[in-house]
Design a protein around this ligand. Structure first.
Ligand code: NAD
Length: 564
């Protein structure tokens, strides 16, 4: 007897019933089909499961209770991460139900900061395959390898080469934790169907000697390859994706900036892709600053902005703010850029500074004297906004923050480096050193701070506010590409969702618990923009917002019924 799923359950986005060919233990081992103890008696009979699970039929809610009981017994965050990964690999519906219903508690486990530890230990905690690995040894075979992935219908691919994982540096093939974690957030926060996601790690070697010396390291045992070989492999990868899954969005994730910018610039107009570290970060930080402007009742274009760090995140954010200033005040691109001072590891980025100027910094290189430290730059420039994207923990000292306060009443301080240990300062330090005047946001979460009886709730400039909605919108309208106007629309939408009550607590981001609503609203604006820019490849829905909501995955068990 053939078994089909009821049509109301969409798998791979299809509305027609799907035949379930697997039977017995096979179903229990397929996380997207498995209901574990949740199979009803008639399903157990029909699917050959009778006797393979305990007799009691358990509801999804009861299963959630059991999961949480076990999860809460674990005190070590990495153990919690391993536990959730095992659940994900066993029963995807249950995993996503638990994750969505406990998003605040579990996002830091599934993604930053704990994903950092999961990546560092990847070879030691590895249990089961998830996603695809492409190494230098696969040159010439990538298109064939993609046939090993059985789904023909992929919406989002998150790909990393593991070269710059969070603020932790080169983790080689261990970087796979990032695409996996990020896609879990896509599903939970953006309602992408799990079966339509694909994490990929491109292994071009690692320069991390500790990993190369580790017998349990799972990547290829060699130093990173030269650039010509590197770009050839990436090109083969992009072409193979285009051939196998022409509608899939490629999200570039955690590439070192010497590759991140050239890859984005090469492919952004050719294929549906974006770089979250550059564009997603840019949009989320811009949104936070727009929230800060609402709080201070000021204009972006009146700000003086110092960036500590001049890499992917810094340039991504600065470019997005430039777009915001131009939109807000009608000033020119070069006028907007005059409001920025970027520092890299050598100090202020200037035209005639020490050493060669990397391409991505050229637009922000200033025509002035080189200054080699942040304190002197702050004293000279008198910034109103200080953004930390350097990966240097505790780089914002009390002296620096105090110097900033001498010229601005309510300094905006965004310490965005991850994980928590790399944050340029803590929330508590920012509020204390500014006597509660700072408008603070960070990359990794900080608890609310009580200072002189007042509660301050630091915002987390989490890319998760932006990328699931952008990806969802771009995928649903089958956009030809992802544009900066889509990111700008996303930033504005997010900033407008911050309530007056949140602003009163000095929070510049909305409550992350509303992420599915936020993603739906951002996706709606992205689709609007795709139609405006003539990039959408679907018929315009009558009501875009309704269309988006109707397409979002919400984890619930399908009913398996006998075919007529
Ligand atoms: P990157 O490697 O591209 O850039 C790092 C930059 O910091 C480089 O310009 C480098 O020269 C500079 N730097 C290093 N040491 C320095 C020092 N001592 N003084 C001054 N500058 C120094 O990395 P990235 O992608 O730009 O990310 C940087 C940080 O931002 C990471 O910690 C990352 O986790 C974080 N980040 C946060 C968010 C977010 O909060 N939403 C998003 C993306 C990245």
């Amino acid at each position: 007897m053939a078994l089909v799923k009821k049509p109301h359950y969409q798998i791979a986005g299809k509305n027609e019933p799907l035949e379930v060919l697997a039977r017995g233990v096979e179903i229990l081992h397929e996380p997207l089909l498995n209901k574990g103890t949740g199979f009803k008696l008639e399903e157990r009979d029909a699917l050959g499961l009778r006797g393979l699970v305990p007799p009691k039929v358990v509801s999804l809610e009861e299963q959630v209770t059991r999961v949480l009981e076990n999860y809460n017994k674990k005190t070590d965050p990495l153990e919690k991460s391993i536990f959730l990964t095992a659940l994900h690999d066993r029963n995807a519906t249950l995993f996503y139900r638990v994750l969505i219903d406990n998003l605040m508690e579990m996002t830091p486990i599934v993604y930053t900061p704990v994903v950092g530890a999961a990546c560092q230990n990847f070879g030691h905690i590895y249990r089961r395959n998830s996603g695809m690995y492409i190494s230098l040894h696969d040159k010439g075979h990538i298109r064939d390898m993609f046939d090993n992935w059985t789904s023909d219908d992929i919406d989002i691919i998150v790909v990393s080469d593991g070269s710059r994982i969070l603020g932790l540096g080169d983790l080689g093939a261990n970087g796979m934790g990032i695409p996996i974690g990020k896609l879990a957030l896509y599903v939970a926060g953006g309602g992408i169907f799990p079966c339509k996601t694909l994490p990929i790690l491109i292994d071009t070697g690692t320069n991390n000697q500790e990993l190369l010396d580790d017998p349990l390291y799972l990547g290829i045992n060699q130093k990173r390859c030269a650039d010509d070989e590197y770009y050839e492999l990436i090109d083969e990868f992009v072409n193979a994706v285009q051939d196998r899954w022409p509608e899939a969005l490629i999200q570039w994730e955690d590439f070192t900036n010497n590759h991140a910018f050239p890859l984005l610039n090469k492919y952004r107009d050719q294929v549906l892709c974006f770089n979250d570290d550059i564009q997603g970060t840019g949009a989320v930080a811009l949104s936070g600053l727009l929230g800060g402007m609402r709080m201070k009742n000021e204009k972006l274009s009146d700000q003086r902005i110092v960036f500590y760090g001049a890499g992917s995140a810094a340039v991504g954010i600065a470019d997005m703010i430039v777009a915001g200033m131009m939109e807000e005040s009608g000033i020119s691109d070069s006028e907007a850029r005059e409001r920025f001072w970027l520092l890299d590891s050598k100090g202020l980025v200037v035209k005639n500074g020490p050493g060669p100027l990397q391409d991505h910094k050229v637009h922000y290189a200033r025509d002035e004297k080189h200054i080699d430290n942040l304190l002197d730059v702050v004293q000279t420039v008198k910034p109103t906004i200080l953004v930390g994207v350097s990966g240097q923990g505790q780089a914002f000292s009390e002296a620096i923050i105090t110097a900033m306060c001498e010229h601005v009443d309510e300094p905006i301080i965004f310490a965005l480096s991850n994980p928590t240990s790399k944050s340029e300062c803590t929330a508590e330090q920012a509020y204390q050193w500014t006597k509660g005047k700072a408008i603070f946001a960070s990359g990794s979460p900080f608890d609310p701070v009580r200072l002189k009886g007042k509660i301050y709730v630091p915002g987390q400039g989490n890319n998760m506010f932006i990328f699931p909605g952008v990806g969802l919108g771009a995928a649903l309208c089958k956009s030809k590409k992802v544009t900066d106007s889509m990111f700008y629309a996303a930033a504005k939408t997010l900033a407008e969702l911050v309530t007056e009550e949140e602003l009163a607590l000095r929070t510049v981001y909305p409550d992350l618990r509303k992420i599915r609503k936020i993603s739906a609203m951002i996706a709606t604006q992205v689709i609007e923009m795709a139609f405006q820019e003539d990039l959408a490849q679907i018929e315009r829905p009558k009501n875009i917002s309704k269309f988006v909501k109707s397409k979002m995955y919400d984890p619930a068990y399908p009913d398996y019924v006998a075919a007529e």
